[in-house]
Design a protein around this ligand. Sequence first.
Ligand code: NAD
Length: 438
Amino acid sequence: MAVIGTGYVGLVTGVCLAEAGNEVICMDVDKDKIALLRGGKVPFYEPQLDGLLVENLFRGRIAFTTKVEEAVSRAEVIFLALPTPPTANGSADVSAILQVAQQIAPFLQGDAVVVTKSTVPVGTTEKVKEMISRRTRVCFHVASNPEFLREGKAVSDFLYPDRIVIGVEDEYSESKLRRLYEPFVRQGNPIVVMDIRSAELTKYAANLFLAMRISFINEVALLCERLGADVEKVRLGIGTDTRIGKHYLFPGIGYGGSCFPKDVLAVIRMAEDVGMELLLPVAVHRVNERQHRYFVEKIVRFYGNKLASVKLAVWGLSFKANTDDLRESPALYVVRELLDKGAQLRVHDPVALASARRVLGNTVEYVEDMYGVLEGVEGLVVATEWLQFRTPDFGEMKRRMRLPVVFDGRNLYSPEIMEREGFSYVSVGRSSILQHCV
Ligand code: NAD
């Protein structure tokens, strides 16, 4: 088994397949990453992954290389887990996939199955096949196997998936992939086999749907604020309906991360390429952008022209809890906007401070302690829903802050409790409590 690309998807795939007893070799162009991995160190924060990596290295089931030939030449199945970032016009950039397809071609053994695991526009796996065909005479197969893991829960998502989607064009690839995934299938959670194009589109449809739910509740939140309703009550009221369900209905500062924003845009472009104008993803994207802006506007409104002289603290920088991934993080959007408007910022994140330093440089002050960061500030912005932020010591917070004001972009607290504790409290889709002025 070979996995090309050892990012969030590739590494989790490689380690979990090794855990199931396969012999896996992972390849990446990033030499530093490969050196770390060989030493048993995961280059990013992902719960449970370190332990499984060390265990499988120790058992000799997983190895790492920077050489394509070494990875591919003995592999029966080759997963391409490469980045597909957005281009300037929003379409997915599949150049890494196609480049690797060319590189692996001369080294493929007969009957190898090349699987696109990355999220790729419909037709990409066909292009992979074409690229390889031009450079080899051996018989090989292609398949699509989109990944649905969530960062922060990636290992358990991979080990216990809701379903596994496989797109194939022949029985050989189907049986190879079925055998590989058999250990991960629980009763009732199916391997869904389909054609390659449908599998590629399934991934985009899933992400668009989830992003749509977030934009939906965020738009309901705006309406709640205007009409004096409480979005948390409305959320419960609708989420308990089994036809609707509770997942991905949390109002906040908009979705982010390396998938939803790029995949929503890619769907729009994919449709345009076949002469179609899709209305829904455009709306989902616009609502999300407005949600980022709207939250910052609330902070701006509170401080008025004093914003340029206030010092604020920020809790949470990653795009969501349990990851240090800052890609398209709404928290970073808020940080940059506030800096742009002259605010001084002290920031804290349980695991993302090191990655934040690389992108924010010395524009903000980094503080390791969640209470220490509050020292002398005139407000706190809660931007990521980390568990440790949910039940803080409010007394300690007030003792540290110069002004007890909280802008809660994740609705972590109850407005009633915040009022009782003496905070000014601004959240999403609920009435604000304004007890202090600057
Ligand atoms: P990532 O950026 O974390 O990792 C990609 C890896 O590929 C990096 O380690 C990079 O060094 C390596 N790479 C780049 N070019 C290479 C090349 N030519 N040869 C070998 N290695 C190369 O990306 P990711 O988050 O793992 O995402 C990979 C794909 O999976 C994307 O299409 C993404 O949309 C999709 N996906 C991501 C997630 C997620 O939560 N991150 C979930 C599901 C699907």
